[in-house]
Write a protein that binds this ligand. Structure first.
Ligand SMILES: *Cc1c(COP(=O)(O)O)cnc(C)c1O
Length: 503
């Protein structure tokens, strides 16, 4: 053992006094040399002023700052300022940040960021992050962080009510949808008692439109050998329930073990919402774990249209929603909800002698009890602060606006002569240049050149995907700064760049 009995008597040796003085001098020196870690009130004011001025420069420049910018160095200038023993003045540091980090690449804060699945990053959340970091309150365990833990549990309950889950529900605020989906899959694995010997005859059902993080999560959860059934989709890219039924019946007939059904409430490619209610009926009858990946579409539940589209989500066993998408938070927030918190806690159970004080304390469920994390950022504050201060109304209005903007764009881009995908289920629109009689290869090349040209212009950022071998452009209206003006600009740029590409 590393402990020795306390010395009850110090021997007064000749050099003892000298050694003590030396020790005191060293302590004074180290305290002085590390004092910049504890800036006083006036220094804090100076730091804050400079940092907030940088934030203001960024926010005020957003109107004319591109949604995508290709720079020569792509942030390489950061490497010219190595981290050394002595620091740089804050003004230089902020200039470096603004030039090398804020400038190059996509700008997810921009109204014109219509690529992938945007969100925006509301300012109130940034202030929440600031207070979370300044207080550094511990958010992993109720014993030491009762406030942060209650706050997280309150947000989980609020979201569970939105989904329509019963009182038994629980969950966790993770860093994003990928991690939240991983925790859901691990929970479903244990809840159904899957063991290594079962994997090869166990089946998971999803569609080709499932987010790639699902396949990644299955492998990370040790389930790489599980059979994956891609259920056919209809013309609107939604899972066909009767095809799901047939696949399950065929698997049962072959002695396989249907385990989990993963539906999407807003696919990443086209924003399609699978028919959740019909799938729930099948999942209940077949005793499959029913998971809904609503990372993109989840918070559209705040709107009437969203509630209709996502009907049946309340019958799922687990659901993932990304507040950093449809609740406009800055990147770094993904929520997992499980209808019954017990299997979630069972998958993440732990013990540790050093945890005995915390584990003795009864009280709220702690995030560490229901997630792989122990120490975690105080993520609840960035979600709670805007919701409690602004109320839900502005969020609902912003989401209603995105639904309308997508319909508007779908109609207007068709008028420009583009072939459009299905009516948007939520706020994503797919479209492509594909006049009749044009060969697929030629059309693909034109669409690819078009998405590059739009990005090169930079005011708007669109991304593309392949649908049935067709190069397709996507427009996702989800940023809270994206309004009618941005959509009109998008249409204008598309018309002009298409003419350029066609020469
Ligand atoms: C974005 C997204 C994910 C992944 O979430 P991250 O927060 O990026 O990790 C998963 N599923 C869907 C449907 C998504 O849109």
């Amino acid at each position: 053992m590393g402990f020795s009995p306390s010395p009850n008597r110090l021997k007064p040796v000749g050099t003892y006094h000298g050694a003590l003085m030396k020790e005191r001098a060293a302590l004074r020196r180290f305290e002085r040399e590390s004092s910049s870690l504890e800036p006083g009130a006036s220094e804090r004011k100076r730091l804050r002023k400079a940092t907030f001025a940088s934030a203001e420069r960024f926010l005020r420049s957003l109107k004319h700052r591109p949604a995508y910018l290709d720079t020569e160095g792509k942030g390489r200038g950061l490497l010219d300022a190595p981290i050394g023993d002595d620091g740089l003045p804050l003004a230089d540091v902020l200039a470096l940040l603004e030039r090398e980090v804020f400038e190059p690449g996509g700008n997810p804060a921009s109204a014109g960021h219509l690529a992938y699945i945007p969100g925006g990053g509301i300012y109130h959340s940034a202030l929440g992050d600031y207070l979370a970091s300044v207080s550094n309150k511990y958010a992993g365990i109720f014993f030491t962080g009762p406030g942060p833990v209650r706050m997280e549990n309150m947000l989980i309950r609020w979201t569970a009510d939105l989904v329509g889950y019963p009182a038994s529900a629980g969950g966790n605020i993770a860093s994003g949808g990928s991690i939240a989906n991983l925790a859901a899959i691990a929970t479903a694995r244990d809840a159904h008692g899957l063991k290594g010997a079962d994997f090869a005859r166990t089946v998971v059902y999803l569609t080709s439109q499932a987010h790639h993080c699902i396949d990644k999560a299955l492998r990370i959860a040790g389930l790489g050998e599980v059979q994956t059934r891609y259920i056919p989709i209809d013309d609107s890219f939604r899972m066909i329930p009767s095809a799901l039924e047939q696949a399950i019946a065929a698997d049962r007939a072959n002695g396989l073990r249907p385990w989990m059904i993963i539906a999407a409430a807003g696919t990443t490619d086209t924003g399609a919402v699978d028919p959740l209610d019909a799938i729930a009926t099948i999942a209940e009858r077949e005793r499959c774990w029913f998971h809904v990946d609503a990372a993109y579409g989840g918070f559209f539940l705040l709107t009437d249209h969203g509630r209709q589209m996502l009907r049946g989500i309340e019958r799922s066993d687990s659901v993932v929603l990304d507040p950093h998408k449809s609740l406009f938070l800055p990147w770094g927030s993904g929520m997992l909800l499980v209808r019954d918190v017990r299997p979630l806690a069972e998958t993440h159970r732990y013990s540790g002698n050093y945890m005995q004080d915390a584990l003795r304390e009864p009280g709220e469920i702690s995030p560490a009890d229901v997630s792989p994390e122990l120490t975690k950022p105080f993520r609840a504050l960035r979600m709670w602060l805007p919701l409690i201060h602004l109320g839900v109304k502005p969020f609902r209005a912003a989401l209603e606006e995105k639904l309308l903007l997508a319909r508007y764009f779908h109609r207007e881009v068709a008028k420009l002569g583009f072939a459009v995908g299905p009516d948007p289920d939520l706020s994503a629109v797919t479209f492509r240049w594909a006049p009749e009689g044009v060969a697929l290869e030629r059309a693909n090349a034109v669409n690819e050149a078009l998405v590059d040209a739009v990005r090169h212009d930079g005011r708007i950022f669109l991304s593309s995907t392949m649908l049935d071998g067709r190069f397709t452009l996507r427009m996702v209206a989800l940023g809270f700064r994206t309004h009618r003006k941005t959509i009109d600009l998008t249409l204008k740029i598309l018309r002009r760049e298409l003419a350029n590409v066609l020469g």
